[in-house]
Design a protein around this ligand. Structure first.
Ligand SMILES: Cc1cc2nc3c(=O)[nH]c(=O)nc-3n(C[C@H](O)[C@H](O)[C@H](O)COP(=O)(O)OP(=O)(O)OC[C@H]3O[C@@H](n4cnc5c(N)ncnc54)[C@H](O)[C@@H]3O)c2cc1C
Length: 443
């Protein structure tokens, strides 16, 4: 069967697509892969743009290993099967009286898939999503099951938090959760410079803060989110009208117009920036965190040291104004708290994450490459699941504990069954057949 990812940047045919129902089956597949000297990759929801899941061998999905396994209310701990999509986990936890502490923009990813690439949300006090993990159960490349807690094997635990499917198949994850809570979202439009000036204040005042800036325009859509005691005041119809009809339907039309080229992108961006919806809404936490994304796009995201965030964004703005790329998607600006996870975008310090997007039917290469050079000049770290062309030498500079991760990867996968040509390129510096960004079609 042919497998394609959400962003349509990869398309491949694995030899077999496997959906085990029990851990014993996973072990059998791992041992068989070792015997046959093949490769095995695990797929979550296929929402990464980079070819992390691509393999000519076996592609293993945990779609049959979903759901809540147990909950310890006194310690706010919930153990879930790793294949559970975030939206299912959040709804199920709500029924039990709990919420996740933080989420990203969408909730279609699986827990293991999202956590394994360093997926994050935003907020001064919030690390990447994997900082919510309290325990992993995984099966390594020799077929051995491990139960890992932060204090049983700290280095292995830290490496598992962002492991790209290279240490083994994660089957269960225990999360530190919070009593169920409501969030109030305030969405309003501000001038870009105003938002950057207010950023410190917003970060202190609100639990979550981010903004979207439309290139070529003065305006940003600011999202301020705080906990609320108020009961649910929002109608699902209103949410659907704003998130579905306006943010996706109208936005799709805008991108089609940009693709056909009848109106130039800078005018479209200015039009969109003036028509961004403003609203205040209170709802269950998981309904505020996630927004549906129906318009397909390509994305590159880098983290930079938080203090350089505004400078980097201003440089991006200058580059766009000079080179005038055809782009009709906004740029997203978020914050993540520093951690000690070797492959985390926020390793060692608080970071700002800047994401650029392009409609999937428009060419992205020139735009992404131009901005990527700015990120490189500021010690940017690429999001592992989003498009980038960072080389092994560069990654070694910006991820100081990458050698530790490589050492553990070799220990837990000695036969290299999880290690595909893509990883040999980015994690061993093997010569690339084609530059990573242009390896995917822009059509
Ligand atoms: C529309 C959209 C919005 C997004 N929003 C955000 C956002 O707000 N913040 C952000 O940081 N990112 C965001 N992303 C990126 C996305 O969160 C990541 O790429 C994420 O890894 C995708 O999760 P997945 O379940 O689809 O995993 P996949 O893409 O299928 O796999 C990702 C990696 O996880 C590994 N993996 C999956 N399951 C397991 C397992 N059980 N054991 C071991 N390894 C496993 C895979 O081998 C692979 O290396 C977004 C992506 C899209 C398409």
């Amino acid at each position: 069967m042919r497998v394609r990812n959400w962003g349509r940047t990869i398309s491949f045919e694995p030899e077999l697509y496997i959906q085990p129902r029990r851990e014993e089956e996973i072990i059998r597949w791992i041992l068989r892969t070792v015997d046959e000297r093949k490769s095995l990759r695990v797929v979550g929801a296929g929402h990464s743009w980079t070819p992390l899941i691509e393999t000519e061998g076996y592609l293993l999905s945990l779609a049959n290993l979903q759901g809540l396994i147990s909950i310890t209310p006194t310690h706010h701990l919930a153990t879930l099967w790793a294949g559970t999509p975030i939206y299912r986990a959040a709804r199920r936890l709500w029924k039990e009286g709990f919420s996740l502490s933080n989420q990203g923009d969408i909730d279609r990813q699986t827990i293991a898939g999202a956590f394994s690439t360093g997926t994050h949300g935003t907020g001064k006090d919030f690390g990447i999503l994997a900082t919510q993990v309290a325990h992993y159960r995984f099966i390594d490349g020799k077929g051995h099951i491990h139960e890992i807690y932060p204090d049983t094997d700290p280095d292995l635990f830290r490496c598992l938090q962002v492991s790209l499917g290279l240490l083994g198949v994660i089957t269960q994850i225990t999360l530190q959760v919070e009593p169920a809570y409501y969030l109030r979202l305030i969405k309003r439009n501000e001038k870009l410079e105003e938002a950057l000036e207010n950023a410190e204040n917003y970060l202190e005042t609100y639990r979550h803060f981010e903004f979207f800036w439309f290139p070529y325009s003065e305006w940003v859509s600011v999202k301020l989110i705080e906990k609320s005691e108020a009961p649910n005041t929002s109608s699902l119809l209103k949410k659907w009208l704003i998130d579905g009809l306006w943010e996706n339907g109208a936005f799709w039309c805008l991108n089609k117009v940009a693709q056909i080229g009848i109106v130039n992108s800078s005018r479209l961006c200015r039009f969109a920036s003036k028509n961004m919806s403003e609203e205040t809404r209170t709802d269950r936490a998981y309904r505020i965190f996630a927004t549906p994304r129906w318009v397909r796009f390509r994305e590159m995201e880098y983290s930079v040291p938080a203090k350089w965030g505004p400078t980097v964004l201003r440089e991006i703005r200058q580059w766009i104004e000079k080179h005038k790329p055809a782009v009709s998607f906004p740029i997203e600006y978020r914050y993540v708290k520093g951690d000690n996870i070797p492959l985390s975008p926020a390793y060692g310090e608080d970071r700002v994450l800047i994401a650029i997007h392009m409609y999937h039917r428009m060419p992205h290469e020139k735009y992404f490459r131009g901005i990527e050079e700015i990120f490189w000049a500021y010690q940017g770290r690429p999001h592992w699941g989003k498009m980038h062309t960072a080389s092994w030498d560069y990654l070694l500079q910006v991820y100081p504990e990458l050698p530790l991760f490589i050492k553990l990867r070799r220990k837990y996968d000695p036969e290299g069954i999880f290690f595909t040509p893509y990883f040999r390129q980015i994690l061993e510096g093997e010569k690339q057949k084609q530059p990573i960004l242009s390896a995917v079609s822009s059509k």
